[in-house]
Design a protein around this ligand. Structure first.
Ligand code: ADP
Ligand code: MG
Ligand code: ZN
Length: 193
């Protein structure tokens, strides 16, 4: 386990597009913290109801128990007094309110691990992840495999023509694509093809 000082807490961010292994990596790190007998709590925004409600689940079916929360304030209220490690999946759904909450937890001496999308479906920075990257002690940027050409993929390409920023879905709604295979492609045009 990485450490950044004896008493100090720290922030680790795992980012990248959908299917890049963020949740797998988060679960791997959290399981190791449990093995190290750390007191661990895992949270997820309750917007993400794709799989079981009280677990975080990867596309490869790894899973870990997690507490669904509606916002960052609720998350803070639910962190136990003796918790040492906090894991948060799908951080992009908790908004900019998450930033001061995570800073506060790290300042209190906790290790905070977050996984989330760094870009939205149009390749725009997806707050609060860019802000979290700025204050994190450790950053891991994961890539997926482009479903079009097999290159490293940094984008979550939306297959539908939906234009709202948050549209929850998995395999049927998004695919990982590289920068080149996103350029010039338009969701509506793509569907018509
Ligand atoms: P994330 O949390 O970043 O969406 P997950 O940890 O849930 O990613 O899933 C990663 C797993 O998804 C991979 O180990 C692999 O089994 C599977 N997978 C499905 N499609 C792809 C893809 N296009 N590129 C990479 N992995 C993929
Ligand atoms: Mg995930
Ligand atoms: Zn590609």
């Amino acid at each position: 386990m990485e450490t950044f000082g004896r008493e100090a807490g720290w922030i680790e961010v795992i980012c990248g597009p959908m299917f890049s292994g963020k949740t797998e990596e988060l679960i791997r790190r959290l399981r190791r913290a449990v093995i190290a007998r750390q007191r661990v709590q895992v949270f997820k925004p309750d917007i993400d109801r794709r799989y079981h409600d009280r677990r975080i689940t990867s596309h490869s079916a790894l899973s870990l128990e997690a507490l669904p929360v509606t916002d960052a304030r609720e998350l803070l209220a639910r962190v136990g007094a003796d918790t040492q490690v906090v894991g948060i999946d799908e951080a992009q759904f908790l908004g900019l309110e998450l930033l001061p909450v995570v800073q506060h937890l790290a300042d209190r001496g906790l290790r905070v691990l977050l996984a989330g999308l760094d870009q939205d479906y149009l390749g725009r920075p997806f707050e609060p992840v860019p802000q979290l990257l700025a204050v994190a002690e450790s950053i891991t940027k994961c890539s997926a495999i482009c479903t079009r050409c097999g290159a490293s993929a940094s984008r979550s390409y939306r297959l539908s023509a939906a234009s709202e920023r948050v549209s929850v879905g998995a395999q049927e709604a998004y695919e990982a694509r590289c920068r080149r295979c996103c350029n010039g492609a338009h969701p509506a045009a793509d569907n018509a093809a």
